[in-house]
Design a protein around this ligand. Structure first.
Ligand SMILES: [Mg+2]
Length: 114
């Protein structure tokens, strides 16, 4: 069964504002490894979709981070993770049964090895 990872954008992804540590190459690696991926951000959903399209990355979801429970309901996965840079990310991740990865602290995920 697949693993699922949700990306915060601002402060987490290199295409965020401010840019974060997670490169598009890392995101593509996660896809190659078979992860179900998408974004859970404060950005408007249409803008999230445009940012993924511009980078040629096909995501399975793009939502507001308070709606992570919907992602959990929609996709069956072995593990659910959300990576972000603030305690708001951690709050919603934990509330909705996701493992929280801190972009400043967690470096050991297989798709991060670039
Ligand atoms: Mg952020």
């Amino acid at each position: 069964m697949a693993r699922l990872i949700s990306f915060d954008m601002d402060g987490t992804l290199e295409i965020g504002d401010p840019p974060g540590r997670i490169t598009m190459a890392m995101v593509r690696r996660a896809l190659e490894l078979g992860y179900i991926i998408g974004s859970a951000s404060d950005k408007p959903v249409p803008l999230q979709k445009i940012m993924w399209e511009r980078n040629g990355i096909e995501v399975s979801f793009a939502i507001h981070k308070q709606n992570l429970d919907g992602v959990r309901a929609q996709f069956e996965a072995e593990t659910y993770q959300h990576i972000g840079d603030t305690n708001i990310d951690e709050h919603y991740a934990v509330m909705h049964g996701f493992e929280y990865l801190d972009v400043a602290r967690d470096f050991d995920e297989p798709w991060m090895l670039d």
